[in-house]
Design a protein around this ligand. Structure first.
Ligand code: NAP
Length: 285
């Protein structure tokens, strides 16, 4: 049994499997989610439920956050019973959501004034990698807090790397997700061109997967297209959000900017579906 008390905020698609790794590793855990129904599974496991983020921080030494975006982070920290309302110090707060470096810098300063440490620690990988504890975790913040948190982060990922000061994890993540957006759009366009010329998607995926271009991503998303399965593992609305954040960081290069435009255009119709539903956008012509 580990003695460090952990807390988890955000029980969405990623937050559930990631927090389960802490339970598996024997860490005492309490959780909080805005929508109470998502806490039920944890209650049934005998996990403590906190009534607010502030109460969760009171009860834990290290608190992890996995929520949607900058707005959610604002609510979690600045709400009436948010993390910054807690009268506690010496805690480590680790924000694993994909958010802007700017909000990380603002919140890190507020946490420091409160007497706590903030790390940004976004992840590369999706639900499957979260379930298998195979995420890639990129961290920004103070080296001392990172060293204290590293052992726990390693329970969720295969690589945990400090990349720089506060916001550096977020900047690295937005750069990686720019590549993700480009690759997903590239796969969608490739399959569209092949289909327009009488080649079945299934045959094309087999050819690509056996070539030097093959990758787990191409296989998983190619199979999703073949099976007409667009249920979100990574919702298209999240990549649309990430490319907006990347644009704020200066993304203006040809492919990146085009991907930014494509996902913004696709979001209204396909935002709740998986990222690879971008094929429905690009195949419109
Ligand atoms: P999700 O399933 O949509 O879950 C979002 C979570 O954020 C829910 O717990 C939701 O609470 C909470 N939330 C949203 N707005 C909130 C607010 N204003 N106040 C409090 N809580 C709020 O998202 P996800 O797929 O787990 O992704 C979470 C983060 O990880 C995102 O930043 C995403 O970009 C990133 N990410 C996702 C993947 C992936 O493959 N899914 C991979 C890497 C990174 P409710 O239950 O109350 O709505």
């Amino acid at each position: 049994m580990n003695t460090v008390k952990t807390g988890w905020i955000g029980l969405g698609k990623m937050g559930v499997p990631m927090s389960q790794q802490l339970i598996k590793a024997g860490y005492p855990l309490s959780v909080y989610n805005r929508s109470k129904d998502k806490e039920e599974v944890f209650k049934a496991q005998g996990i403590g439920i906190a009534a607010s983020p502030a109460l969760l921080l009171n009860a834990a030494d290290v608190v992890f956050i996995m929520v949607s975006d900058d707005n959610a982070i604002n609510d979690i920290f600045h709400g009436d019973e948010g993390l910054l309302a807690a009268k506690v110090s010496g805690k480590i707060i680790i924000n694993m959501s994909t958010v802007s470096p700017a909000i990380s810098k603002e919140i890190a300063a507020a946490c420091k004034a409160q007497g706590n440490y903030y790390l940004d620690a976004p992840v590369s990988g999706s639900v499957k990698q979260a379930e298998d504890a195979m995420l890639v975790i990129m961290v920004g913040g103070e080296a001392g807090a990172f060293e204290q948190a590293k052992t726990i982060l390693e329970k969720m990922g295969k690589l945990v790397m400090l990349v720089g000061g506060t916001g550096a994890g977020n900047a690295a993540k937005l750069a990686i997700n720019t590549l993700l957006g480009i690759v997903a759009q590239g796969l969608a366009e490739t399959i569209t061109l092949a289909q327009q010329n009488g080649i079945e998607a299934e045959a094309l995926i087999m050819l690509i997967s056996n070539s030097a271009l093959g990758s787990p991503f191409i296989k998983i998303k190619g199979d999703a297209i073949v099976n007409n399965n667009y249920q979100a593992a990574f919702a298209l609305k999240h990549i649309a959000k990430d490319l907006r954040l990347a644009k704020d960081l200066g993304l203006a290069t040809p492919l990146g900017y085009t991907a930014y435009q494509t996902y913004q255009a696709a979001e209204a119709a396909f935002g709740e579906e998986d990222i690879i539903a971008v094929i429905k956008q690009v195949s419109k012509g």
